[in-house]
Design a protein around this ligand. Structure first.
Ligand SMILES: Nc1ncnc2c1ncn2[C@@H]1O[C@H](COP(=O)(O)OP(=O)(O)O)[C@@H](O)[C@H]1O
Ligand SMILES: [Mg+2]
Length: 243
């Protein structure tokens, strides 16, 4: 399969209240790739994603998705984005939420029903289809958000800390699914705090204090830092950054 650039953030600079929170961050994901963004809390992972999507305006640099400068409404329809906090209708059922968000992206009828069933199965919520969301645990809400994100069969999938509150066996299922999606030629971008997840990515970008400290394959990063795990890379990078 031909691999093409799906999303590209180039020399991104973002300033909030006179504070530079992104300082020359460049990231890129190709079709068929999973890009992991790791870094301490407050380092700029979410801001990088929001700038890439055009949800936040860059002070300088460029954000391009599917060959289009962001923000762009048309391209948004080809992206599945799951933010760090769940945006669900608590007083609707899981099914009603899926119908609502499916309709928003133009899905209806049999096609929508099929996508809903497939995605509920994927996140193991089929049995809770008609339960109201306000009765769900945090992990169940996260899983429903993921199902909604994947509804439109997006070409680019961007997930901001998708596995928070999700138990290990389901986390494994979700990562297997992300790999399946990447093998179908989609681009996947995931932020995570969980280091064993970083090892499952094709490329890992390490952001510290708004700077892209390092980017590479998990193997290359481990070699470079003479570490046996990405967790160790991360710890060594943090020490280096403060040196
Ligand atoms: N809307 C905003 N206004 C001002 N500062 C912000 C805003 N959003 C994020 N920040 C700041 O930018 C920095 C990076 O935040 P964020 O990208 O959310 O980090 P991460 O996702 O890595 O935890 C933090 O210091 C945060 O406080
Ligand atoms: Mg964040």
């Amino acid at each position: 399969m031909e691999s093409k650039t799906i999303a590209n953030l180039s020399h991104a600079v973002k300033v909030y209240d006179k504070r530079t929170v992104l300082n020359d961050v460049s990231l890129s994901v190709n079709s068929g790739q999973i890009l992991g963004i790791i870094g301490p809390s407050g380092s700029g992972k979410t801001t990088s994603i929001k700038c890439l999507l055009g949800m936040e305006k860059l002070n300088s640099g460029q954000a391009t998705i599917l060959n289009t400068t962001m923000p762009n409404r048309k391209v948004l329809g080809r992206i599945g984005y799951m933010g760090q906090s769940d945006a669900l209708y608590e007083h609707l059922s899981a099914y009603e939420n899926l119908v609502f968000f499916g309709n928003l992206i133009g899905l209806k009828g049999k096609q929508l029903e099929t996508m809903i069933d497939e995605n509920l199965q994927l996140v193991k919520l089929s049995a809770f289809k008609n339960k109201l969301v306000h009765t769900f645990s945090g992990g169940m809400k996260r899983r429903l958000s993921l199902a909604i994100t994947l509804l439109g069969n997006p070409e680019l999938i961007i997930l901001d800390e998708p596995t928070v509150g999700i138990d290990p066996s389901l986390r494994k299922d979700i990562w297997e699914q992300l790999r399946t999606l990447s093998l179908q030629g989609k681009g996947v971008i995931v932020t995570t705090h969980v280091m064993d997840e970083a090892e499952k990515c094709d490329l890992v970008g390490l952001i510290i204090d708004g700077k892209l400290f390092e980017i590479g394959t998990p193997v290359a990063l481990k070699e470079k830092f003479n570490a046996t795990s990405i967790e160790e890379v991360f710890l060594k990078a943090e020490v280096d950054n403060h040196a």
